[in-house]
Design a binder for this molecule. Structure first.
Ligand code: IMP
Ligand code: MG
Length: 340
């Protein structure tokens, strides 16, 4: 019960940030630990009309009593991290593993050099070149950066100790399953694996300690950058359906396609998902906007959810119906399922 890992089911931008911020406020975990690649991911959440974005901190950043941790697998851009710590007034609750890799300007310049940019459409945030230096064992790590000194912690030790005491822990993935270096369509992928196993490894937690794997799907599929996208619709059609979105890190328009059941099933296998969250139901079914009770959702939207449940064999425990954190249908109690 106390440990959940939350990962994206498609190509990133499924709305993990909102789901995690909601869970964090609902369940007040002792620790929220971020895995994933680094500042190439942006998580967004809205509370009381105010929009928050995080590229380095876990999406539980608004929780005063949750310790926010970055695991050793995460690449850090110190400037972005220090800005976020200041903006969220999180000086006393942020912890960085001593071996997190450090992105420098050379990595960013290399990432923005023409060749990889046009071919892969990377975010240009330096993560690929930094992970490449990490593999060569030439990358600087967090303990070598004086500005990070006060935040250094043994993250794996801290999380495992909390779990020994049966305290609640959320492990947050970034990107999405099909951006995985191993399981996505190479070379149109990010610079490491991003499935649930990898995210657990990023923060130093072994597979037997995970109680739930919550896989987040959006009600339609989007992708930024290059690479295949089955049943992609054109810009006009996306605008008509209200599916036009822009990347939170790069501002690029996201390509769009309808929900893909085959991809969803493959994602569930790759992540050993135990339950699902479905976001932006109100974008696919506008009459669902702001609804917080399952019985009040439109019959067609419930058919869509039930089809997903039948086709995948998993329950959809959380359903996003708007941008606000509390615009959510939380079925965990009625379905008698623990999330965390
Ligand atoms: P990189 O991770 O910057 O090297 O980019 C590799 C591919 O992953 C590009 O197609 C990016 O658009 C995509 N990508 C990386 N991070 C994210 C994310 O957080 N959301 C969506 N796409 C991402
Ligand atoms: Mg994003």
């Amino acid at each position: 019960m106390p440990c959940v890992v939350v990962v994206g089911g498609f190509f990133g931008d499924e709305g993990k940030g909102k789901i995690i911020a909601y869970l964090a406020r609902q369940y007040n975990p002792m620790i929220a630990a971020r895995g994933g690649v680094g500042p190439n991911a942006g998580h967004t959440f809205v509370l009381n009309g105010k929009t928050y974005k995080v590229r380095m901190l876990p999406s539980a950043a608004l929780n005063d009593s949750t310790r926010l941790m970055l695991g050793p697998g995460v690449l850090i851009n110190p400037q972005i991290l220090l800005d976020e710590i200041r903006n969220f007034e999180a000086q006393d609750r942020v912890f960085v593993d001593s071996t997190c890799g450090i992105i420098n300007n050379d990595h960013i310049e290399k990432d923005n050099a023409e060749y990889p940019k046009t071919r892969l459409g990377t975010t240009g945030t330096g993560t690929g070149p930094a992970n490449s230096d990490r593999a060569l064992r030439t990358l600087r790590i967090a303990k070598e950066v004086p500005e990070l000194f006060e935040y250094i912690e043994d993250v794996s030790n801290a999380i495992n100790y909390s779990l020994d005491k049966k305290e609640r822990v959320i492990i947050e993935g970034t990107q999405g399953t099909f951006l995985s270096l191993y399981h996505g369509e190479y070379p149109f992928v990010t610079s490491k694996d991003v499935t649930s196993s990898a995210v657990c490894s990023d923060v130093g937690v072994g597979p037997k300690r995970i109680d739930e794997v919550l896989l987040v799907f959006k009600s339609y599929v989007t992708r930024v950058g290059q690479g295949p996208l089955k049943n992609e619709i054109d810009n006009d059609e996306a605008r008509k359906r209200g599916w036009t979105e822009y990347g939170s890190v790069t501002g690029r328009r996201r390509r769009a396609a309808p929900f893909d059941m085959d991809l969803a099933r493959r994602s569930i296998r790759l992540n050993s998902a135990t339950q699902l969250a479905l976001t932006k139901l109100d974008v696919a079914f506008p009459s669902c906007k702001g609804i917080r009770e399952y019985s009040k959702l439109s019959p067609e939207s419930r058919n869509f959810i039930e089809e997903i449940e039948q086709e995948t064999g998993l329950m959809v425990t959380l359903i996003g119906t708007g941008a606000e954190l509390n615009d959510i249908v939380d079925r965990s109690t009625s379905l008698n399922m623990n999330i965390i």
